[in-house]
Write a protein that binds this ligand. Structure first.
Ligand code: MG
Length: 282
């Protein structure tokens, strides 16, 4: 059977009660997820096979496994710059190993790739920092390629031009973009739809998330809001993905928890269904 174009999905964690998380995905009526893996001690091959079986029995595809690191903080944009991803020099080597362990886990799950916030890469392409971060990204991409995985860089912590420069400099065929349009707004990194067109050929996955600009973009956080209620223009976002020939999942990310999150995700699913119908995407 042909794969559906742009299946609607949701971002979930395998760290807590996985059966409950899977049931919630099924209740919402979805069969595609991006997954936060369990913590390092549980990232064994045996646990991966158990998780893969649970998802396959439920008929749910894992489209991406997402990296995260101990010590990261998203408290302010400036703290993100100091703590997130492969950019902070003090933890770069150690986190490279962690990323490779997530890649191993993703391959055991038979997932097609890993997603990662690499952090706020230097916008000065002549700096030693830029060169070393790109070197590490290339190394991890090669590690992923050996396991048949893509490495999808999440957008937002830099401008589209800076991200494009990273992708072109690293120059690996399996290096891709997980495009999160809201992040461009939340971090104040640029107008998301323009950015999507710039990096479009690299986009292999995305987050359907919405946000509103802060009064001081790039200094203070914008606000993450339910899908369709922010400044992204989700309908245009999906239309441009379609024009780019993108057929991958539309993975909803809603960064709150509890019943409000479930209600917002359900409303987001309906919105995306309506947009797909309007655009004639089946
Ligand atoms: Mg995201």
């Amino acid at each position: 059977m042909a794969k559906a174009h742009m299946p609607i999905g949701v971002f979930i964690s395998a760290g807590g009660d996985l059966s409950a998380a899977i049931n919630r995905v099924l209740e919402i009526g979805l069969n595609s997820v991006q997954l936060h893996p369990p913590g390092p001690d549980l990232r064994t091959k045996a646990r991966a096979r158990e998780i893969a079986d649970q998802f396959s029995e439920a008929g749910i595809d894992i489209s991406l496994v997402f990296c995260g690191f101990a010590g990261e903080s998203y408290k302010t944009i400036s703290i993100v710059r100091d703590t997130v991803g492969l950019v902070p020099p003090a933890t770069r080597a150690e986190r490279t190993k962690v990323t490779q362990s997530v890649a191993d886990f993703a391959s055991w799950l038979d997932a097609p790739g890993i997603g990662i916030h690499v952090g706020a890469v230097s916008e000065d392409p002549k700096s030693a920092e830029f060169a070393d971060v790109v070197r590490v990204i290339g190394e991890v991409a090669d590690y992923c390629a050996d396991r048949g995985l893509t490495m999808n860089l999440e957008t937002g912590q830099e401008t589209a031009d800076a991200l494009l420069h990273v992708l072109e400099t690293a120059n690996r065929p399996n290096l891709a973009v997980n495009f999160d349009p809201a992040n461009m707004i939340l971090y104040g990194s640029g107008e998301p739809l323009e950015a999507l067109r710039k990096v479009g050929k690299y986009v292999k996955s995305c987050h359907c998330k919405d946000g509103t600009w802060s009064a001081k973009p790039g200094v203070e956080w914008g606000a993450e809001v339910p899908l369709g209620k922010g400044d992204v223009n989700i309908e245009r976002f999906v239309a441009i993905l379609n024009e780019l020939g993108y057929t991958g999942p539309l993975t909803i990310e809603r960064e709150i928890s509890g019943e409000r999150q479930t209600a917002d995700i359900r409303a987001g699913v309906q919105l995306l269904k309506d947009i797909k119908a309007k655009l004639g995407i089946r």
